[in-house]
Design a protein around this ligand. Sequence first.
Ligand code: AMP
Ligand code: GLY
Length: 429
Amino acid sequence: MKILLLGSGGREHAMAWKINQSVWANPLFIAPGNAGTAQCGVNIDLHLDDFGAIGKYCIEENIKMVVVGPEEPLVNGLYDYFQSHHILKEIYFIGPSKAGAQLEGSKSFAKSFMQRHQIPTAAYREFTIDNYEEGIAYLNTHPLPIVIKADGLAAGKGVAICQNHVEAIAEYELMIKELKFGDAGRKVVVEEFLKGIELSVFILTDGKHYIMLPEAKDYKRAKEGDEGLNTGGMGAVSPVPFATPGFMYKVEERIIKPTIKGLAKEGIDYKGFIFFGLISVNSEPYVIEYNCRLGDPETEVILPRLNNDLVGLFVATANQELNKVNIEIDKRAAVTIVAVSRGYPGPYEKGYAIKGLDGQYGKQSMIFHAGTKKEGEQVVTNGGRVFCVTSYGEDIREAVASSLEILGKTQFDGINYRTDIGYEFIPAY
Ligand code: AMP
Ligand code: GLY
């Protein structure tokens, strides 16, 4: 079956690696891809916002399945575009409708959805220019810290956690009046701060049934000890030790099942991944955010732990037969550590030669590319997050040690990575 995978990050390299192992994948195309995905299939130069070009390519190449990695094309309605076309609608499409992608594309939609379906989340109010003054009064009496979120997509930067009222009002004004995040911040959600420990839970749903993928925890801050600026993610671990069967039972009963039922009840088409950004507050799960895709770098630890044929799961998703699937998870731990460019998440330079990527690192470890590209025979840096090293281990400590050993054998000018991924789960730290 000819498959087209959309995206170009570490997540997509991990998806391409996993799809490529499937008995169904023949061949795999990735658009636009990176130097790593080119090892798993054929990179195609398509822009993800050019739906016409994607559709035309699928028809010309007789693509049978489209898998969407990042959120933007979904939030912008790529699924709906395919559904509206008599040939494209026959293609298996893994990713939700525009309405379903609103779970990620609009914080306001996500919050009201959770309220409608009694899904535990932080208390909130929403404001625009129309009730601006009311918002100021609300902020002035709100307990600290205060969480302010731009409603729309803001490249992961649209959340401010404010430690005092002056800062909160300044941030509020910047979002609504100065349009710091453009149209995404015309509406803001002001939310209660939840104190706890975060984890990421992933499901694949066919709209009626769902399967649980391994859970993960990512490390968003740039510096060791969870300090420094927020990034797209500096590393991830799976499994998450505090995600006990008892905790996960609560997650399924209170969060996952009501979400699937809620989507169905509201008539929203959803065949794809849901990423639940959760926080455990005294062992009670709350939803911090929904995403309509897999996480990056979480995918780089969850897919290596999944023993099922991924394309087989996608076919079952398209046919609404996920209830017939048994999920098989590797018992080992997996850890990924991301190598980033000097300066990231601020400004950074690109184009540095990367050494050590094609070393023989055995079955314990693998390298997933993110911001890389080929220049002649040389792979060079092409982004802030450049590549990540995933390793298995009997426990998190062992997996971290293996990834660090390999990172020590790779090199590019300005390489930087955290050595403390998984630290809270390694007793000697
Ligand atoms: P989001 O973009 O919604 O994932 O938010 C970014 C980060 O802000 C999350 O990963 C949390 O660490 C933090 N955050 C968001 N909402 C809250 C909240 N209500 N309470 C505490 N932390 C939050
Ligand atoms: N690692 C978090 C995300 O993919 O949004």
